[in-house]
Design a protein around this ligand. Structure first.
Ligand code: PEP
Length: 254
């Protein structure tokens, strides 16, 4: 598995074909930033088109259904997104957990379906603000992970990343202190090693997400156990997104 920093753009419900020029620009820049692994998750409607443009970056989906096919109007299966060109899928994002009432058990079913379909998975977790204020954030996040992850990885460890995204930091311009990010990532690492053993548990990348911007990326990405970033708003233009990638590569433009 590559241990390069993993910088993933989540375009959410943004982008029509007019955004393909940004995808092309991201891909061109990524060809020069080889110390960093760059990926984008556009809406379903653009997965195939972005995949066709991309020579360097990976393309992913933002969700998938746990089933393989059948009467699920409006849903899309893991195999379908893979067929469209997705290499990975983001699962359990707080906007799906909160906005669509997704439980951790549903997220786990989706994760198992995605692994079965050959996809890589970025599993999101993160606490609401009131939980952070009450000091129970660690327990909350580890409970989410406990319920969202399968009991064993069956060699799929290298296809899994965890993204810690405190809900109150998403799209707000606010971030936890570097110490708080480090403490949470260390707890997640300990949990993963306990759950899956040293070999699998230590190779799962733990990304940070929540208001990562070009001007804070370098310090966040330097925190121990931060293996990359999941980026929302700042991934919508090639300029800001690739400045984050540049920071992740410690300024190396090779
Ligand atoms: C996200 O929603 O995954 C995210 C991190 O958003 P933003 O970067 O805009 O806070």
């Amino acid at each position: 598995m590559s241990l390069r920093p993993y910088i993933v753009g989540n375009w959410k419900m943004n982008g029509t074909r007019a955004m393909l020029s940004e995808a092309r620009a991201i891909d061109r820049a990524a060809q020069r930033y080889m110390k960093v692994e760059v990926a984008v998750a556009p809406p379903y409607t653009l997965i195939h088109a972005v995949h066709r443009e991309a020579e360097q970056i990976a393309v992913g989906a933002q969700d998938c259904h746990p089933g393989t096919d059948g009467p699920h109007t409006g849903d899309v299966s893991a195999a379908m997104v893979a067929d469209a060109g997705a290499k990975f899928v983001i699962l359990g994002h707080s906007e799906r957990r909160e906005g669509h009432g997704e439980s951790s058990e549903e997220v786990r079913a989706k994760l198992e379906a995605a692994i079965e379909a050959g996809l890589e998975v970025i599993l999101c977790c993160g606490e609401p603000e009131k939980t952070r204020k009450s000091g129970e954030q660690e327990e909350y996040v580890l409970d989410q992970l406990r319920a969202s992850l399968p009991d064993t990885l069956d060699q799929a460890g290298e296809r899994l990343s965890v993204a810690y995204e405190p809900i109150w930091a998403i799209g707000t311009g606010r971030t936890p202190t570097l110490g708080d990010i480090g403490a949470m990532h260390a707890s997640i690492r300990t949990f993963l090693v306990e759950r899956f053993g040293e070999q699998d548990g230590s190779q799962i990348r733990i990304l940070y997400g929540g208001s990562v911007k070009p001007d804070n990326a370098r310090e966040i990405l330097a925190v121990a156990e931060v293996g990359g970033a999941l980026v929302g708003g700042a991934s919508l233009t090639a300029d800001s997104f690739m400045n984050i990638a540049l920071a992740a590569g410690e300024g190396d433009d090779q």
